[in-house]
Design a protein around this ligand. Structure first.
Ligand code: KG4
Ligand code: ZN
Length: 364
């Protein structure tokens, strides 16, 4: 490894879901390349991600993603100082492909390897893009997760809340499927919703005003399914999408308002309060706008990453891996990918409804 003050080049590999993504980032926060090969066409006809298809597609795309990333950054593989890959949580097939690819590079190039938690990648994006200081409250809204987490330092997290059932991105995807829109559903709902009236249909807002800080979306999903089944979709698609998007947004805003209150109680009086949003759903403009209004009213700082850093990408994995490497050193090449890997493994102890420890471990 180069001397501490010398600029380093970090490779970030992301294969935990349906994007094969490889980026090169330098230690001064510059993103030299950020290649994302999405598999949307492979999964479209199923209306969701098929794990086996995703794994095979990662295998097809991963070498191309690396070559494109090197070419775009004008670097050779020998310029890379650190190799980082998502090792969980996520779909095991993709995780095995990405981490094995990274370990092989690490072994052959004699460069250190870091196994990165995908959620830590989303959590630290704000530091890559804008050098946001610790601590901050993170609203993580993605296809698989909906959580409010206090980000204290790299590797030190305290989860305030999570979803009791469906994740918000999953809710968007399922709602889109009901409206016969394509996959992924979030951007589709957003596009239709822009042309519709958000007051057109009445829908429930689960957990709203509850003192339990968790999220829940299954009741909304069921109510939407019933509404869609008795409505002429063709003539009401935009109004249905707008009403659904608004109901989801209201739930997120209400839960975040409570999260801010709880975070304030945990913080020192002298500390500035900051809210950071991350994950694919953070690219939704209605949600971004309403979060901005909420934080203005609450008089706290707000940071939302650019759209290409909200959805899954390799740059966030490279940066989280670099921060982790500086603090904890390299990972062992024997590190096994983990389909379940919570950022705050203690969180479930405080919440009896969250004790979902299956064969794969604690749910994230
Ligand atoms: O973070 P991400 O790329 O992958 C996971 O880690 O899950 O998030 C993907 C999710 C999908 O459910 C997708 O529908 C949702 O993010 N999403 C959106 C938007 N763009 C992506 N949801 C709402 N509005 C959007 N504009
Ligand atoms: Zn993600």
């Amino acid at each position: 490894m180069k001397k501490i003050h010398e600029k380093k080049y970090i490779l970030g590999i992301e294969t935990s879901c349906d994007d094969t993504a490889i980026a090169i980032v330098d230690s001064e926060r510059k993103i030299l390349s950020n290649i994302v090969i999405n598999q949307n066409n492979y999964h479209k006809e199923y209306g969701g991600i098929v794990p086996e298809i995703a794994a095979r597609a990662h295998l097809t795309f991963i070498q191309t993603a690396l070559e494109k990333s090197l070419k775009k950054s004008k670097k050779s593989i020998n310029d890379i100082d650190l190799i980082c890959a998502t090792a969980g949580p996520g779909l095991i097939g993709g995780l095995i492909i990405g981490t094995t690819f990274a370990k092989t590079l690490s072994w052959s190039l004699k460069k250190p390897y870091v196994a990165v938690n995908h959620l830590e990648g989303h959590a630290l994006t704000a530091r890559l893009d804008s050098n946001i200081p610790y601590p901050y409250l993170l609203l993580l809204v993605s296809g698989g997760h909906t959580q409010l987490i206090v980000v204290k330092k790299c590797g030190v997290y305290e989860r305030i809340s999570t979803t009791l059932d469906d994740a918000v991105g999953e809710t968007f995807d399922k709602g889109a499927k009901m409206l016969e829109l394509s996959f992924p559903g979030g951007p589709e709902i957003e596009n239709c919703g822009k042309k519709g009236n958000e007051q057109a249909f009445k829908l429930p807002r689960p957990m709203i005003k509850s003192s339990n800080p968790n999220f829940s979306f299954s009741g909304l999903k069921t109510a939407f399914s019933k509404l869609v089944s008795k409505t002429d979709i063709k003539n009401n698609k935009n109004d249905l999408a707008a009403s659904f998007e608004k109901a989801i947004t209201d739930c997120i805003i209400d839960r975040t308002r409570l999260g801010i209150k709880l975070f304030r109680k945990m913080s020192l009086k002298s500390e500035k309060t900051r809210l950071v949003v991350a994950g694919g759903v953070a690219s939704n403009s209605k949600i971004r706008q309403e979060l901005k209004e909420l934080t203005t009213n609450e008089n706290i700082d707000f940071y939302a990453p650019p759209l290409n850093l909200c959805t899954d990408n390799g740059a966030m994995i490279a940066w989280a891996g670099f921060e982790r490497f500086k603090k904890y050193g390299p990972s062992n090449l024997n590190f096994k990918p983990k389909p379940r890997w919570p950022l705050d493994p203690e969180a479930f102890k405080n919440n009896p409804t969250m004790k979902r420890i299956g064969k794969k471990g604690i749910k994230a």
